[in-house]
Design a protein around this ligand. Structure first.
Ligand SMILES: [Ca+2]
Ligand SMILES: [Ca+2]
Ligand SMILES: [Ca+2]
Ligand SMILES: [Ca+2]
Length: 397
């Protein structure tokens, strides 16, 4: 997110802070998974990982941003399940390019949503790579003002869906959902008023288990409430609904289960604690809220991404403040939204947790960044206790 870049600029002066690994804190005692590996990426400049996804072979893909104030590039890294680097790609046209979200398909193709500066303003940037890391196509879309693509999904017919914001002439700032064909060409676009422009809040999930091909869910906020919009793959809007937790809320990450329910995470303003805290919400395919869990904390916490395992357990990644600085946060919930365990990962400096994905064995991967000499990407693998895999949920964000 852009807040990551803002954080870099704010705190880059603290580059001499000491660094050490392994201070994972286990707050709930039952069934926390062991940390198997942690992987750093440092180009020598700032490196921030935001989006994360995995494929059916257990490879993991991250995207984010690498560079400095003179030249940012869109970063894409592929790791295998052992944490070995398969390839690293920087997309650089000589201007600034930023990656925010990634999705992989069953052919190990990988799609990136981000932003590119055109010399006058920012545009949507959408990239497709093959399994070897060769760029298949790159597309930009420009509505004339500040435009950015922050979430992405792909359906079983290789159609690509992107969610972001665009400044539309005559209409101002809007959420913009884009349906693309397998070559990245525009099939349809749909706008929805974004309201307050101050906050970045974007999620997208594909339900591929419907008769008409796919449904596309996007989430964000509207006014002071959570916003969810459901489209068919053709671009026909089925519904748009808002949900109120009683204060100001933003949805940041989304996934769908095999029964067409959606799961959202994000943050809400906890007025009793005067802090931002994380929430988790379940809704059905008609947009009816099933339950909402608020994760109250006396420190600031945010939920950023969400994923499911075959037992219906729900995992949320994000960032938790420890009273001194921020740590990566991972929480597991049961299918009713009850918290089972919670892990924070602290390198002793500033950390942020963003993307989350589960591999075919439901091992849990979280990515984000840590501060050492400068900012570096940090990806963690927590090994799942073996469970049946006959019913893998749809998780194609
Ligand atoms: Ca670095
Ligand atoms: Ca660049
Ligand atoms: Ca633009
Ligand atoms: Ca920390």
């Amino acid at each position: 997110m852009r807040e990551a870049l803002a954080a870099i600029k704010k705190t880059a002066a603290y580059s001499h802070l000491l660094f050490c690994f392994g201070l994972a804190t286990l707050i709930f005692s039952a069934e926390e998974p062991p940390l198997v590996w942690q992987k750093l990426y440092d180009s020598g400049f700032h490196d921030v990982a935001i989006g994360l996804d995995s494929d059916n072979s257990g490879n993991v893909y991250l995207t984010g941003q690498t560079g400095n104030d003179f030249n940012w590039d869109c970063l894409v890294i592929k790791y295998d399940y052992l944490g070995q680097t398969k390839w690293v790609k920087k997309y650089d046209t000589g201007r600034n390019e930023l990656g925010y979200a990634v999705v992989a398909d069953n052919q190990e193709h990988v799609y990136i949503a981000g932003q590119i500066f055109n010399g006058a303003n920012w545009d949507f940037l959408i990239l497709k790579y093959n399994s070897s890391g060769d760029l298949i196509w790159a597309k930009t879309y420009d509505w004339g003002g500040t435009d950015g693509a922050y979430a992405i999904g792909v359906d079983n017919a290789d159609n690509v869906y992107v969610f972001g914001q665009a400044v539309i002439p005559g209409l101002g700032l809007n959420y913009l959902t884009l349906g693309l064909d397998s070559q990245g060409n525009k099939r349809w676009q749909s706008i929805y008023p974004k309201g307050n422009p101050a906050f970045d809040s974007y999620g997208l999930a594909i339900d591929g288990q419907v008769d008409h091909g796919a449904d596309v869910y996007v989430c964000g906020y509207s006014g002071t409430d959570i916003l969810v919009i459901k489209y068919e793959a053709s671009g026909t809007k089925q519904w748009a609904k808002t949900y109120d937790l009683g204060s100001l809320e933003f949805a940041q990450g989304m996934t769908i289960d095999s029964e067409h329910n959606f799961y959202l995470t994000g943050m809400f303003y906890n007025s009793a604690a005067a802090k931002w805290n994380a929430f988790l919400m379940k809704g059905d395919g008609n947009g009816i809220a099933t339950w909402i869990t608020k994760v109250d904390s006396h420190h600031n916490e945010t939920g950023f991404d969400v994923a499911l395992d075959s037992k219906g357990a729900i995992y949320v990644s994000g960032t938790a403040n420890n009273g001194v600085d921020d740590d990566m946060l991972l929480i597991k919930f049961d299918p009713q939204g009850k918290s089972l365990w919670r892990i924070t990962y602290d390198t002793g400096s500033q950390n942020r947790g963003f993307g989350l994905t589960l591999d075919p064995l439901f091992n849990v991967f979280v990515t984000g960044y840590c501060l050492r000499r400068d900012y570096d990407c940090l990806t963690l693998l927590y090994k799942q206790i073996p469970i049946s895999i006959e019913k893998r949920p749809v998780d194609r964000r």
